[in-house]
Design a protein around this ligand. Sequence first.
Ligand code: NAD
Ligand SMILES: O=C(O)C(=O)C[C@@H](O)[C@H](O)[C@H](O)COP(=O)(O)O
Ligand code: ZN
Length: 364
Amino acid sequence: MLTRIPVTLPDRSYDILIESGGLAELGTRMGSLKLGKKVLLVSNPDIFDYYGKIALYSLEKAGFDVSYHLIPAGENYKTLESIERIYDTALDRRLERSSTMVALGGGVIGDMTGFAAATWLRGIHFVQVPTSLLAMVDASIGGKTGVNHPRGKNLIGAFYQPRLVLIDPAVLKTLPEREFRAGMAEVIKYGVIRDADLFDRLEAAPKLDRFTDLDRELLQTIITRSCQAKADVVSEDEKESGLRAILNYGHTIAHAIESLTGYSAINHGEAVGMGMVAAGAIAVRLGLWTEEEARRQNALIRKAGLETRIPPLDVGEVLDTLTTDKKVKAGKVRFILPTSIGTVEITDRVTPDLVREVLAETGK
Ligand SMILES: NC(=O)c1ccc[n+]([C@@H]2O[C@H](COP(=O)([O-])OP(=O)(O)OC[C@H]3O[C@@H](n4cnc5c(N)ncnc54)[C@H](O)[C@@H]3O)[C@@H](O)[C@H]2O)c1
Ligand SMILES: O=C(O)C(=O)C[C@@H](O)[C@H](O)[C@H](O)COP(=O)(O)O
Ligand SMILES: [Zn+2]
């Protein structure tokens, strides 16, 4: 069964296509977009070993002239140096304005390929083929592309929309369990910020922490509801001038955790899980959210096999890193905080002392 979710934008609308086994149709799907012949597939060696051949074969069969570029796996390769290596291959391959970069991988590959496509020749086509749960439900959609700065997450980048997002849930069978759980953090995020019914369904599920324990119907619900939530928000506010900031729930503290731990010990989804616990505790202390709902959120995060306690960090460094967050306005750090399951608000009322208290409460 093919599910199509449109992302409707003023001048760069595109489809999210969700279909089990759909990777083999990549060439045909791209064939209908009127792209130039040259394609550069960007991936990492592990993912390429599993799925590179299917993707290349499908593209070649559809008449594309394909080459590929591999970047070692891991968030600490999400750097400008890796982007320069993509540029080298783009130059060697003489990519043209009509050419396309295809990201075959998780969010790290997707964010970097999108940024390289946005900047090479001032912008060439770009297609997302997400292979991790997190990239399927979040990173591949909406056009946030970029890389990390050693002192701050995603500080370098561009809004640049893909021409197509092609999701083949069957590839999740090889995703390491830890990465599956990381993806569940962003799924729970949608429940808290926007989709109370999704939250209820996750609560009702017998298990959430392993791909193999999830029934196929629930997996389909998780992917389609999450993609729909992201597509709706991005369609309303492409460049985060307002509503889109809700997608950053849990990320203010998560990004500080990621950069202060060197982008290696804790992955993005794990940090988001911890960040949502901290944001929930802040909301309770400000009288915005009930303790009972915060407890339900935290129980769901634990049920997804995620850690809810923040590792020991220097609080001064955390506070300093928060000031590099992209939501900072007029020098004030802004947080997305829940007001009920399914609704959030954005506030600049969170003081450094409150962050200190909550880090002490939610820390290990
Ligand atoms: N642009 C956005 O809107 C957005 C949204 C959320 C997250 N992100 C970014 O996404 C990144 C996190 O993405 P992620 O969680 O996918 O991490 P990731 O890209 O590092 O992938 C996680 C790991 O899973 C492996 N993997 C992926 N798919 C696989 C498969 N099918 N089989 C076997 N192994 C597979 C990868 O090789 C990697 O080791 C972060 O950099 C985060 O900032 C971006
Ligand atoms: O798409 C968005 O908007 C998001 O905030 C989604 C987040 O899950 C994602 O991690 C994003 O990359 C964070 O954005 P940033 O602007 O804070 O870097
Ligand atoms: Zn995220």
